[in-house]
Design a protein around this ligand. Structure first.
Ligand code: WTA
Length: 656
């Protein structure tokens, strides 16, 4: 089990929601929550069908609810037809066309407002432009964009014409982009010349050119480039076209392409236990339903609210809580191009003040770095507009929680500590702001209709604070449908035989206390969580080993880190003699740059140690548990009698 548990200190106080808050909440009080849970228990399918009818606009109503005939490939609302973009945009045209949909704040502070009607027109024009370039229903489109209105327009336009988007975070390398293009079988790319972050200009399009030159990407017929930075970049005609030319002269209406509820809205790659990232495939109907209900239940969204989720659209949080959820419920949201520490560590607080943000959703890693960079800064700003704070991506340690609660939220705003995953599509386990007395560091309670439990290896419930494996015992509408192109891996990863293939295995360890509060302890597989980003240890190992000039063997583990939650530590056996001193430092830097090139900067090992060998059993298995202890600097208490080469431990313990 990952070591993040150690950073979660005991905090025994509970923080009940203020009465006035409970009164106005969309789910108001424990009895209301329990009534919903009971409804789901009594009539599971009826519960979800009711929500799907109340929330989504169906072009053709569904008659079937849950199809379990080919489990674990579950289907929801399968014979219904709808369009995600229609559900996010057209539905507001009559009721609130002039409401601001997006308040975009650029890196340099420039603010742009986009109304629902304007967003609709932008999406329609771009959708028409994509169609003109031959992109059609079912095609996969890779999106590699900075945080921008256009990134959202690109996603929505794909949804409008039934194309399946696959957004790749702008920090990933050309090699990662190429792998995803090949795996998804993409036919088009939407990108930008570059992006601004923290006052710096960072190129984007060159990574696409590099990726496409690597081979295997011959199916890419079209690259649309949004001009953001204005730097000169090579354009290859007729493949490449500027965004402005693609939309020029296009009509501002575009009939949505109706798709079945199960039609893949997007594929989003995430890290797993093996070297190859998994293409998590999501549906249209079930996914959008969950995005909407969680906006209402968890963020308690009201017509006048200003919502701000600080994630990047390259991650699932940016999909559900920027590109889809806020639009589907018709809220006004802030979209931010830049970074929290530029021009100074007061940026978030200034933006909350300037835009009068009511609901603010960010990650513990950002909170910790802002405490470090200026824990008193929030006091210089008027943050009274805030009414709910959210946290996502990793366990939030109680010190950070307390600071967030008191200094940012003025001890007045409930914190929703939302546990979920790329695979779950939306929030799964979280306190509800008008229901639960908050327990810092704990995500507490499953949403109504989400049947979560903590079990032991045999699938039996554990309880009373004991540790176990987090599972979801029933399917839910926004769940992953499959791993793109690899149904066997989907079954093996998420519905393992250990539980007769019946439970969804989240991959996290957790505990449940006597009150039923669920607390996440961290991953139980070889996945690390660095600054809220998922990284597979095997992925980084493969990247290191692919440097065949320098690296003979590599093992990667995580260790707790005050700022990033976990940090990547790599143990490397070199091809040549083991380097030491300055030579070791230089080689470590070279390998870090190598990993950045192979995967992206986020995967760079913080610490690289060189050894003549790795600790292995006599059968040749690397003992990662020992490496984890060494990485943490703890004494080795495990049994080392099965080790082939115990002496190696001392060598690896020595620092660079
Ligand atoms: C972790 C991000 C504790 C967890 C939405 C999960 C959390 C992984 C929380 C998914 C939380 C996410 N408390 N841990 N509130 N939220 N995690 O796919 O280990 O990028 O399995 O999705 O992040 O990461 P992913």
């Amino acid at each position: 089990m990952s070591s993040t548990i150690e950073s979660v200190l005991q905090e025994t106080r509970a923080f009940p929601p203020p009465e006035a808050f409970v009164k106005q909440a969309n789910i108001s009080g424990m009895a209301a929550y329990e009534a919903m849970c009971n409804e789901a228990e009594r009539d599971f399918e009826g519960f979800w069908a009711r929500l799907a009818r109340e929330n989504l606009l169906w072009h053709k109503p569904f008659t079937r609810i849950l199809d379990e005939s080919n489990a674990p490939f579950f289907k929801w609302f399968e014979d219904g037809e709808l369009n995600a973009s229609y559900n996010c945009l057209d539905r507001h045209l009559k009721t609130q066309p002039d409401k601001i949909a997006i308040v975009f704040e650029a890196d340099d502070g420039k603010v742009t407002h986009v109304t629902y009607r304007q967003l609709y027109e932008k999406v329609c024009q771009f959708a028409n432009g994509l169609k003109k370039r031959g992109i059609a229903k079912g095609d996969r489109v890779l999106i590699y964009m900075p945080m921008s209105v256009e990134a959202i327009v690109a996603m929505q336009a794909c949804a409008r014409i039934g194309a399946t988007h696959s957004v790749v975070f702008g920090g990933f390398s050309a090699k990662s982009v190429q792998e995803r293009i090949v795996d998804a079988g993409a036919v088009a790319v939407i990108t930008a010349d570059g992006q601004f972050r923290g006052g710096k200009e960072i190129p984007l399009k060159p990574a696409i050119d590099e990726a496409l030159a690597m081979g295997g990407c011959e199916a890419i017929k079209s690259v649309v480039v949004y001009k953001r930075t204005g730097t000169s970049i090579p354009m290859t005609a007729p493949r490449d076209a500027w965004w402005s030319d693609v939309v020029a002269g296009q009509p501002t209406d575009c009939e949505p392409t109706w798709v079945g509820a199960e039609h893949p809205l997007f594929i989003l790659y995430t890290s797993g236990s093996t070297g190859k990232p998994k293409g998590v495939q999501h549906s249209t109907g079930g996914y959008l339903l969950h995005a909407m209900i969680t906006m209402k239940w968890v963020f308690d969204i009201k017509p006048k609210d200003i919502f701000w989720c600080t994630a990047d659209v390259g991650w699932v949080t940016g999909h559900t809580y920027i590109a889809y959820g806020p639009l589907a419920v018709g809220t006004t949201q802030v979209v931010f191009e830049g970074v929290p520490t530029y021009p100074d560590a007061g940026r978030f607080w200034k933006m909350i003040q300037d835009h009068k943000v009511n609901i603010f959703y960010t990650a513990p890693t950002a909170i910790r770095s802002l405490i470090k960079a200026g824990g008193d800064l929030p006091k210089n700003y008027d943050l009274k507009s805030l009414r709910i704070l959210g946290s996502v991506g990793e366990p939030i340690n109680p010190e950070a929680w307390r600071w967030y609660y008191e200094t940012v939220g003025g001890s007045r705003c409930p914190i929703v500590d939302t546990w979920w995953q790329t695979e779950t599509g939306g929030h799964m386990i979280t306190p509800l702001p008008g229901v639960h007395a908050l327990k810092p560091g704990s995500c507490q309670a499953p949403l109504p209709g989400v049947i979560a439990d903590i079990v032991d290896e045999t699938g039996h419930s554990v309880g009373n604070g004991k540790g176990g494996i987090l599972v979801i015992k029933k399917p839910w509408p926004s769940m992953i449908r499959t791993i793109w192109g690899d149904p066997e891996r989907f079954k093996k990863s998420y519905f393992p035989e250990d539980f007769q293939g019946k439970y969804y295995l989240a991959g996290d360890g957790a505990t449940k206390d006597e009150k039923g509060n669920i607390t996440i302890m961290g991953r139980i597989d070889d996945v690390l969580n660095v600054s809220g980003h998922r990284l597979g240890t095997m992925e980084i190992e493969s990247a290191l080993v692919s440097n065949s000039k320098l690296v003979a063997e590599a093992a990667v583990v995580g260790r707790p880190d005050d700022l990033t939650g976990e940090a990547v530590v790599a143990f490397v056996v070199t091809k040549g003699p083991r380097p030491s001193g300055e030579e070791a430092k230089a080689m470590a830097n070279e390998l870090r740059a190598w990993v950045a090139k192979e995967i992206g900067s986020i995967a760079k090992p913080k610490d690289i140690r060189f050894g003549d060998n790795l600790p292995k059993t006599r059968s040749g298995k690397i003992m990662r548990r020992l490496l984890r202890s060494i990485a943490k600097g703890e004494a080795i208490t495990q049994d080392v009698s099965t080790l082939e080469n115990p002496a190696i431990l001392d060598q690896l313990k020595q620092n660079l």
